[in-house]
Every structure is written in C-alpha cells, then in structure tokens.
Design a protein around this ligand. Structure first.
Ligand code: AQP
Length: 341
C-alpha cells in the first residue's frame, strides 16, 4: 500500500475548516492507503503559546481525530513529540538545507515581516525542515496539502532529492545500505475542491484556530446554541437569492459550500435548492444541517474522553508503530551520513 501522512497542530479548538479541509478526508484515505495521522505538537510551539494548554489541546485533538472516524485498526494515530526521530532527523536535514531556501518561504516572510526579526523565534524559519522530517521519516508517497502548504511540500521534495544526491546513490551502496535512495520523494495529494472553509466574519480570510474572534469559526465541539448563534450573527450580504461563485459574494459562496459538504449534496442540488432563498430562510436550514452533522461526532468525542485510559493506550500504540518505521529511516540516514554506529 502507498503511504500517506498528515497532521494538525494543537494550537486551539479544531474547527470546521480543519475538519472539512483535512480530518474528514483522512477517513476516506485510511481505507485506500497505509496512513499515519499525528498531532503536530512540536510545530505548535513555533509561535508564542500557552504551556498550560498544550497537553490538554493535544489530547483533545487526538480524541477529535477518532471521533471524526479515524480508525486505529487502519491508521496509526500518535503525538509527534512521542516519536523522538522527528527532532533528530530535523537536525540532520537542517545541515543539508540552504538558508536561502528557507528565507524564500512565503509564510516565514509574511509572519516575520509582521512581527520583526527580534520577535520571532528561529523555529519560524526552520519549521519547514521539521515538516520535511515529519514526511520523509515515514517514506511517505503522498501528503495532503492545502494551498498554503504547497511551498513547504516543494521544499520537502527538494530536500529529499538533495540528501539522496549528497549522501545516497553509489556512495550509499558501498556503505552497505540497501542501495537506491535514502528518502522517497513525496507527491502532493490535492484535497477535493471547495474544501477551503472561510471565516464566518469575513469571507475572504480562511477560518482559523488563531483568529482572535471565536465568532469567526464553528468549532467541532460547539454546542447547538453556540452554532445557532454564530450562524445567526455571521456576515452575509444584501443581494437577493443565494448563489455559488459570485466573486462579490464570498460569504455566500462559503456558506453554501459548507452546507453542501455537511449535507453530502451536489453543488448543483444546493444551487437549485437555495437560489430563491434569502438569508432568513437559509440560516436555520444551515444551522440544522451543521448540528445534525456535528452531533454524532460530539457524542463519540464525549465517549472517548470519558473512557479512562483508552486514548493514552491508542497514542502509545500509535507511537510504537510510528517509531518502528521512523527509527529505520533514521538509522539509514546516520549511516549514509557517515556517523559512527
Ligand atoms: N479554513 C480552512 N479550510 C480548509 N482547511 C483548513 N485547514 C486549516 N484551516 C482550514 C487545514 O487543517 C489542517 C491543519 O492545519 P494546521 O493545524 O496545521 O494549521 P493551519 O493550516 O494554520 O490551521 P489553522 O486552523 O489556521 O491554525 P492556526 O490558526 O494555528 O494557524 C491542514 O491540512 C490545513 O490545510
């Protein structure tokens, strides 16, 4: 089976964007591929964070994976920091990463420009090397990536090729390795169209954990009342009727897309159903659809969290399976790079 890896940062409440853009798709992927889904806690410390919250949010995120349908009999679920090899490989990879490659990363440029060099940690610059390590450790074939991560995956691919070139090939064979390449060069797996969920308060920016206003997102664990209230107050427009793909109506497109995905209807069906609706009719329909979709997830989440040590066992098991694969890659890298073993 081809292998797929992916993860979410425990930087806050998991919202509809993380779910529709990532976790929900994993549930389909786990049947087709050998999958590893992790909670990327090491990435979550890149920007200032709350130490009191990190372990709590890490655990909640893991429970949400399972509640959304990630099945541990098919996929390995683990916490990134529980597998030491991530950080170890990162150091080895960083020696082969030109600073220029990292300086060119748009996310770094944007964030460091905003905060200033004295206010951002080095981790913001080297973050893509850790991401490369997350992927290359598992010899992944595919990585699901949204638009904002495409450049980082490109860097991962370049880095894999560079390390294969510098330390792999014939030299590597002579050292007694299995020959061939040290790292598999991963391909992007582009998520289904329309899976990018925008903020409820601004249809042009993405729904995000770190956005200051909780009104801008639907969290997976929001109660019925909270969901109803957020939809009631979300930004709309004063056009008549509802439609997809009108660039002057980003909020309308976003809310119809959300409705389409949670109901499982086609775009055509939603377009026809909603074309003559106004916001007053549509909002309660959307609210009910969201509640219907999220309620079973919330029930399962409650069961998982109240089941004593179940989650700890799942995560320990996942980390063990991941460590086996990761340590094997790491051993080969040390050997290829000439370390005394
Ligand atoms: N709005 C979104 N629509 C679709 N997909 C989204 N993802 C995030 N936001 C949306 C996808 O969720 C996965 C996990 O993301 P992450 O935790 O690694 O970081 P992120 O992309 O930066 O997510 P957030 O929610 O915006 O977190 P913060 O605020 O901490 O930066 C990824 O697959 C991502 O594409």
């Amino acid at each position: 089976k081809k292998r797929v890896v992916s993860g979410v940062q425990p930087t806050g409440s998991i919202h509809l964007g993380n779910y529709l853009g990532a976790i929900k798709n994993w549930v389909d992927l786990q049947d087709q591929y050998d999958t590893l889904f992790f909670i990327v806690d090491l990435h979550a410390i890149t920007l200032p964070y709350d130490t009191q919250q990190l372990s709590k949010v890490t655990k909640e995120t893991a429970a949400i994976y399972l509640a959304c349908g990630v099945d541990v009999s098919k996929a390995s679920v683990f916490v990134q920091s529980h597998v030491r090899a991530h950080v170890e490989l990162m150091w080895l990879l960083s020696s082969a990463t030109p600073i220029g490659w990292l300086n060119r990363m748009i996310q770094f440029k944007e964030k460091s420009l905003k905060e200033g060099d004295e206010n951002v940690g080095v981790a913001l610059l080297t973050y893509p090397v850790l991401m490369a390590s997350d992927i290359l450790l598992y010899q992944s074939d595919y990585v699901p990536v949204g638009d904002d991560q495409k450049q980082h995956l490109e860097l991962t691919r370049d880095l894999a090729e560079r390390v294969n070139y510098l330390y792999g090939g014939r030299k590597w064979k002579k050292l007694g390795g299995r020959g061939g390449t040290i790292f598999k060069v991963p391909e992007p797996l582009i998520p289904p169209a329309g899976a990018r969920v925008m903020s409820l308060t601004d249809g042009l920016s993405k729904m995000s954990k770190s956005a200051p206003s909780d009104q801008s997102r639907i969290n997976l664990l929001d109660s019925k009342d909270v969901i109803a209230n957020k939809i009631k107050r979300c930004k709309t427009d004063s056009f008549s009727g509802l439609e997809f793909d009108n660039s002057q109506r980003p909020e309308c497109n976003n809310l119809l897309s959300i409705y389409q995905i949670v109901t499982g209807k086609t775009k055509q069906e939603v377009a026809e159903e909603c074309q003559s609706m106004n916001w007053g009719n549509f909002k309660p329909v959307l609210t009910d659809a969201l509640i219907d979709h999220l309620y079973p997830i919330q029930v399962r989440y409650g069961e998982i969290m109240s089941d004593g040590s179940y989650l700890d066992t799942v995560l320990a098991d996942g980390a063990r399976r991941a460590t086996e694969i990761a340590d094997n890659t790491l051993k080969n890298v040390y050997q290829a790079m000439g370390f005394l073993r």
